[in-house]
Unconditional design. Sequence first.
Length: 230
Amino acid sequence: MDTKYQRLFKKENDEGHFWPSFTDLLTIILLCFILLFIVMMVIKSLQIEEMKRTIDQIMGVRVQLVNELKNEFSDTSSGITVDEETGAIIFDTDILFEFDKAALKPASYEFLDEFVPKYLDVLLGSGYEEYVAEIIIEGHTDRSGGYLYNLKLAQDRAYSVASYILSEDFPYKNIQEHLQGKLTVNSKSYTDFRTSEDGQYSAEASRRVEFKFRLKDEEILNRTREILGE
């Protein structure tokens, strides 16, 4: 028969067996968390390295495209300029439109027939097409008139250019196949105005149409660069 002291000793002995086991369990759980944390950090590090490689690749493509566009349209007498940073093709709207009009000039069709194939040979050639997500025709105006009026004018002008390029009258049908699904039109009204060399607002330079491109996943890549602190 157990005495009072024997029962007390047995209880303490049982508790002694319980607590080491509970401590061991906590240690195992903690080690699992540490191991999981290490694995996650390794995966994160690999992901960051992959993101950096992807960014370098995409940014490298942009640099190459800009350089090739600059080489192709280096003749300033054509009235075409290339933005050094973005690769946007900029030409005065006087080449295409009468003042305050959105209908293409008769002479502008020949201009577009010559310009568009050269532009797309660079943009969609040499393996670049898989990187190009969007080709944007963007209209800009001067400050004459209200914002909404100029918003519509710039949009109508960009649409006129796109409409001709995708029409039956455009002679290069093979180009149209590549453009479908990539080509969009946009209007900036007079918000993105341009200045002269001395920094003064220039109405003439502000009236323009731009051909721009957007690379695939560019927004994600830009956000990734922010996260990485670059």
